[in-house]
Each structure stands twice: as structure tokens, then as C-alpha cells.
Write a protein that binds this ligand. Structure first.
Ligand code: PEP
Length: 251
């Protein structure tokens, strides 16, 4: 099944408004050089509106880095899916390893965020991945299965295009260590089979699975050649205009 590649930049807690607009403008220029692929950027909340105005007439997709499951209410510090839609977001990263490991988010919270995002028409970029300790103990696939089943528990999908999964081995995020293309493909193929067990075949076949973890200009081409790798979720290299351009223009 044909799945359109998605190159996504997670800017984390970086950029003020002016820097965000400059970087977004360079992403628009880079994205215009290629066709047949989607490009998403997820700036910090404070820059969403400014970045939206910079990318509005391009095909670049606006994403956020997290979302609360309720529509509104007494949830100091949280942002709802309705609010993200209101400023032009179409996607939202959920369950990033920094949310899981630094902020203690559980599979149950992540499941509620996925459900809440979908209810308001936002596409979740649902992140999963094992730690180094789990990989070395031979538990990678068990961990991935538990995270997928818990995170997608009771999550109905009308179309596979409404969900993106990002496989991000924790030991490869921000460390400069990338999974080999074989390690990434093995995990992606496992996740693809799992999705086919949860959803109807045609829906599962449409869900894009991104690889994340020290993706850079030097490794994007080989990663994108793997059958089950449909794109990349990029942290550090998405903050440098030239690197992200090369990633967007993968061959
Ligand atoms: C990420 O933040 O999702 C990520 C993969 O970071 P990096 O590319 O810097 O490893």
C-alpha cells in the first residue's frame, strides 16, 4: 500500500517567535523543492500562531508537541485539542519519550491524549520506544507491543491516515546513536503487524510509521529505503535549516 512519506520536525523547547518564523520560512522553501511527501513542524506553543502565518500558504503542516484530553476546564498549564485546532494545528505529538520519562506520562494518559486529539480532528503522532536497558534485556518487542496496545486501547479509526506512529528508541534520541536500518526495519515491521492485528487490514496498511532517534542528513536516505519506514520524526537536526532541508529532500 502506498503511504506518503512524512518528515516531521520536533522543535522541543527551542526557538523564540522570531527564530521560529525564520526556521519555518526555510522549511517552506525546502518543502517547495520536492513533491510527493508531507512535511510537518511542531514548534513550541508560544510560536504556533506566528509559524502558522508563515506557513499558511504552503503545504507545510503545523503540529503541536502535546495535548490535553479535555476540551476545556480547570487544567492549569494544559492546552486542549480544540485550542490547537483553533490556531491551525493538524497534528500533535503524543507520548514522546521525554513526556514519558521526564514528566512521568503513563500509557493510560497517552491513550486519553490520543483519543482526545482524534475527537477534535487532530492527527496524533503517537510515540513509542524501548530504553537501552529494555533492549539489552531482549524485551524490545514486548515493550513495543505493550505500548501500542495500551496507547491505542479502544481507539477507533475511520481511516489509517488519521494516525501516525513514531518508533523512537529512547537510547537513540538526542544521543547521536541511531538504530541501524535493520534494527529500525525490524521494529517497524513488528509494529505494522501489530497494527494489522488491531485494525482492519486496509486501515492498518495506511498508518504511517516514522522512525525517530538521531536522524540526520547522513542516515535519512538509507532509513527511507526500508519497506516499513514511512518517514522520520526529527529533533536536533530539525532545528538547523540546512540539515532539515536535506532530510526533507531524502533520495
Ligand atoms: C525527537 O525528539 O523525537 C528526536 C528523535 O530527537 P533527535 O532527532 O534529536 O534524536
Amino acid at each position: 500500500m502506498d503511504r506518503k512519506p512524512l518528515l516531521a520536525g520536533n522543535w522541543k523547547m527551542h526557538t523564540n517567535v522570531q527564530e521560529a518564523q525564520q526556521l519555518a520560512a526555510s522549511v517552506v522553501q525546502a518543502a517547495a523543492k520536492v513533491s510527493g511527501r508531507d512535511v510537518m513542524i511542531a514548534p513550541p506553543y508560544t510560536a504556533l500562531t506566528a509559524v502558522e502565518s508563515t506557513i499558511s500558504s504552503s503545504g507545510v503542516i503545523l503540529g503541536a508537541q502535546n495535548v490535553h484530553w479535555e476540551e476545556k476546564g480547570a487544567f492549569t498549564g494544559e492546552i486542549s485539542a480544540a485550542m490547537l485546532k483553533d490556531v491551525g494545528c493538524e497534528m500533535v505529538i503524543i507520548g514522546h519519550s521525554e513526556r514519558r520519562h521526564v514528566f512521568g506520562e503513563t500509557d493510560q494518559m497517552i491513550n486519553k491524549r490520543v483519543t482526545g486529539a482524534l475527537r477534535f480532528g487532530l492527527t496524533p503522532v503517537f510515540c513509542i520506544g524501548e530504553t537501552l536497558e529494555q533492549r539489552e534485556a531482549g524485551r524490545t518487542m514486548t515493550i513495543l507491543e505493550n505500548q501500542v496496545r495500551a496507547g491505542l486501547d479502544n481507539v477507533a479509526l475511520k481511516s489509517g491516515s488519521h494516525l501516525v506512529v513514531a518508533y523512537e528508541p529512547v537510547w537513540a534520541i538526542g544521543t547521536g546513536k541511531t538504530a541501524t536500518e535493520a534494527q529500525a526495519q525490524e521494529a517497524h515491521s513488528f509494529i505494522r503487524n501489530l497494527l494489522a492485528d488491531i485494525y482492519e487490514k486496509n486501515i492498518a496498511g495506511q498508518i504511517r510509521i516514522l522512525y525517530g532517534g538521531s536522524v540526520k542528513p547522513e542516515n535519512i536516505d538509507i532509513l527511507m529505503q526500508q519497506d516499513d519506514i514511512d518517514g522520520a520524526l526529527v529533533g536536533g537536526a530539525a532545528l538547523k535549516a540546512e540539515s532539515f532541508e536535506r532530510i526533507i529532500c531524502f533520495q
